[in-house]
Design a protein around this ligand. Structure first.
Ligand code: 4AD
Ligand code: MG
Length: 430
């Protein structure tokens, strides 16, 4: 009976056949232990000379790492293994013998591993991170569908910038200039006026010359946008969403969190509502913490975010940033026009900003004034202004960076390991 490692629990004490790769092995004179993987998981295959005979046993002993085979054996319970089962091998058939697999069980440097990303993905740790990434995506669709959101797919090729002009990827669109999307937000606002509550999930591009453990050139963003919702309503959705992501990973990726040696207690603590501090309070706090150089009007860098995060064991909302350091579309606070109705959500344990969001300007005249101040004109922006002309309503939205969220929840130090094929400042391959 053909099955997969993930399904062996349904075949205890039965003989099964599984297509696998040899991950690792060790052997003595009479018995060999094969670490096998099939994509769905990892299992130990035990092969005993007296059971399979001299010839097959010798063949098994000489199998190289990453050789592919069909292995047949009986599934038995084994409480010591993370999976709970092992395979008592009765036979195998080699599909392809691999030679000199470059990634050996010894330590390799990050550049070497990144050069071999197409193979590195097969490792136990990378496998676990990709499974957690997948669970976060699954839980995202679950959460927003349950909340009555409609998934909307904004274009990738766009005529205008959504988040500032310095980080745009330029391309030709036949005879016109086009840019790869930095954010689908402007289109999502249009969609929210048609469907009420919408969300997108797609790739976004930032030509940022930042080489940090938090920045990718191409990253995936989840962007919800909600008509008739103000800034505070949006924060409630955000914290419930993030709590749902954490709980889903705890529930469905226990084995993966163990592989990554993630401190699960840190994740179990995460519970909405999350603390909220204003930008003003954050500045005051940072000055007290010894960041004497920071002044009102400055944006926060990684050390500032980390200091704020370390004062809490929950994600923290920093709200009401100065309008001048935020995007043109943010609604000013009616009680203090110098600050915007916006928030960044800072993850615990130093993983940085995972969400940026705000209430949007919906007054036609004010938006027009912002266009003048920011020099926004032409067909790329005309349609967006029109949204303020025909039944404009208060609305809010936010963007969650998938890879930063995966980094935090999985406890992965560097963002490059949270996406299958990272595009980094100096890396377009593999
Ligand atoms: O704060 P940002 O720039 O917000 C927007 O783009 C809004 N238009 C979203 C919206 O309101 N619909 O980006 C949102 C999130 C950040 O909080 C961060 O998690 C992630 O996207 N992000 C990056 N992740 C990886 N690499 C980068 N270079 C990133 N830039 C932003
Ligand atoms: Mg931001």
């Amino acid at each position: 009976m053909k099955t997969t490692i993930a399904e062996v629990g349904k075949h205890v004490n039965e003989s099964v056949t599984i297509g696998v790769w040899l991950h690792n092995k060790r052997s003595s004179g009479k018995i060999a232990f094969l670490q096998l993987r099939d994509g769905t998981g990892f299992i130990q295959g035990v092969i005993v000379k007296s059971v399979v005979g001299e010839e097959l046993f010798e063949q098994a002993k000489h199998l190289n790492q990453e050789s592919s085979l069909y292995v047949t054996g009986e599934v038995v319970k084994d409480d010591r293994s993370p999976l709970g089962y092992e395979l008592q091998v009765s036979g195998f058939e080699i599909i392809q013998e691999a030679h000199d697999y470059p990634i050996t069980p010894k330590e390799h440097g990050p550049e070497f591993l990144m050069d071999h990303r197409h193979l590195w993905l097969r490792s136990k740790k990378q496998h676990a991170i990709m499974k957690i990434r997948n669970e976060i995506i699954r839980a995202t669709y679950e959460f927003f569908n349950d909340e009555g959101f409609v998934k909307i797919d904004p274009p990738i090729l766009t005529g205008a910038s959504a988040e500032g002009t310095t980080e745009l990827f330029h391309t030709k669109y036949f005879d016109e200039d086009a840019y790869l999307s930095q954010s689908g937000q402007l289109y999502l606002e249009a969609a929210a006026m048609a469907l009420g509550k919408v969300f997108s999930f797609g790739p976004t591009f930032r030509a940022e010359k930042s080489k940090t453990r938090r920045h990718l050139i191409e990253f995936w963003m989840i962007e919800p946008e909600m008509a008739f919702m103000d800034h505070d309503d949006s924060l409630v959705i955000q914290e419930n969403y993030v709590q749902h992501l954490v709980q889903s990973v705890l529930k469905n990726c226990d084995m993966e969190l163990d592989v990554l040696e993630r401190d699960k207690e840190q994740l179990k603590k995460i519970k909405a509502p999350f603390p909220r501090i204003t930008y003003d309070e954050a500045i005051e706090f940072l000055k007290k913490e010894g960041f004497e150089d920071i002044d009102w009007g400055d944006d926060f860098g990684a050390p500032h975010e980390t200091a704020i995060a370390e004062a809490h064991d929950q994600p923290v909302f920093i709200t009401h940033f100065p309008t001048e350091i935020k995007a043109f579309y943010m609604q000013p606070d009616p009680t203090n026009e110098k600050v915007a109705l916006c928030a960044d959500l800072i993850a615990p344990e130093g993983y940085g900003e995972i969400i940026g969001g705000s209430e949007r300007i919906y007054d036609y005249e004010l938006m027009k004034k912002r266009y003048e101040e920011h020099g926004l004109e032409g067909p790329a922006y005309e349609w967006y202004l029109q949204l303020r002309e025909y039944g404009s309503v208060p609305h809010s939205g936010f963007g969650l960076g998938l890879e930063r969220t995966v980094a935090w929840i999985s406890g992965t130090e560097h963002i490059r390991e949270t996406i299958p094929f990272p595009r980094l400042l100096n890396r377009l391959y593999p």
